[in-house]
Design a protein around this ligand. Structure first.
Ligand code: F6P
Length: 326
């Protein structure tokens, strides 16, 4: 037996749809198994500034369908310092919290890993980020909802793009990970995705233009992952204006709309399964692992593996998009 009697939950980093479903699942699974639950507000900040509240089963009623996070979230600078983490540890001791469930992306799980090692404190992570950039899990919580938001937005942009016969560069989130752009392009029938994983290997813009823009189609939609590696949609549009002035180009940056909205059924189910699994993992004496899902099975992924940079993109998806956009 793990001896864990009280569990703290926090959400950290960028919010993602489905975080509330995960909070609900962790809370209910902990209570079901006889544990006490405390909600930590504003990520690691709540530990440092003592914003910790007791949770009952009804604290998480009526939230499964809500976007954002009822615990609020933050990117906490203080927690990156040794002094900050010491204050956080003292708060956990004071509150009698024996273990933490941290819901967040790579930055949040990196913080969790350092803290768990420093204080030998049990932490289980849940992958909460729209970016789908964590290793060891097929999907992260929030990714499916963001993908659906992107698809709906691109469907709308298509109407105006075809009417005006324009080339559109649509910038999506993902940091250094191209999954949102690539699967967003496949789902919306776009012509191409310019993603960080491929950008160093080839000039994706030149390929797009030489492979047929305007040969068979009068309009084109290209999804571009944000950030320095691709240069983003604005940079792409500038290049086209310089190198191919004959094209009528427009840019649309989808921005934070991608992080909002009610989670899809897939995200709610994923978050619920992962939340239950987090409590089971703690009862099973698992430490410093992220809950992942692979081939529809729950897996435990060591933090060190989950947060490695540059999750590879599946080449089969890149190839499929190329085939489909002839
Ligand atoms: O990690 C989630 C994410 O939405 C990224 O896709 C994006 O680069 C970043 O967060 C934006 O962060 P912020 O909301 O702090 O500007």
């Amino acid at each position: 037996m793990s001896g864990i009697k009280s569990v703290g939950i926090l959400t950290s980093g960028g919010d993602a749809p489905g975080m509330n479903a995960a909070i609900r699942a962790v809370t209910r699974a902990a209570i079901y198994n006889g544990m006490e639950v405390k909600g930590v507000m504003r990520g690691y900040r709540g530990l440092i500034y003592d914003e910790i509240i007791p949770f009952q089963s009804n604290s998480v009623s009526n939230i499964i369908q809500k976007g954002g996070t009822i615990l609020k979230t933050a990117r906490c600078k203080e927690f990156t310092t040794t002094e900050g983490r010491k204050i956080a540890y003292e708060a956990l001791q004071r509150e009698g919290i024996d273990a933490l469930v941290v819901i967040g992306g790579d930055g949040s799980l990196t913080g969790a890993r350092i803290f768990a090692q420093e204080f030998n404190f049990p932490i289980v992570g849940l992958p909460g980020t729209i970016d789908n950039d964590l290793h060891g899990t097929d999907f992260t919580i929030g990714y499916d909802t963001a993908l659906n938001t992107i698809m709906e937005a691109v469907d709308k942009i298509r109407d105006t793009a075809t009417s005006h016969e324009r080339l559109f560069f649509i910038e999506v989130m993902g940091r250094e990970c191209g999954y949102l752009a690539l699967n967003g392009a496949i789902a919306s029938g776009a012509e191409a995705a310019i993603i960080p994983e491929v950008v160093e290997e080839e000039d994706q813009l030149r390929n797009l233009i030489s492979n047929g823009f305007r040969k068979t189609k009068s309009s084109s939609l290209v999804l571009v992952t944000e950030g320095e590696i691709t240069g983003g949609a604005m940079a792409m549009a500038e290049r086209v204006k310089q190198e191919y002035p004959q094209y009528d180009v427009r840019v649309s940056i989808l921005g934070h709309v991608q992080r909002g909205g009610s989670p899809t059924a897939s995200d709610r189910i994923l978050a619920s399964r992962m939340g239950v699994a987090a409590i089971e993992a703690l009862m099973d004496d698992q430490r410093n692992v992220m809950i992942g899902i692979e081939n529809d099975k729950i897996v435990y992924v060591p933090f060190s593996k989950a947060i490695k940079k540059n999750r590879p993109i599946r080449k089969e998806l890149v190839d499929a998009l190329n085939v489909l956009s002839i």
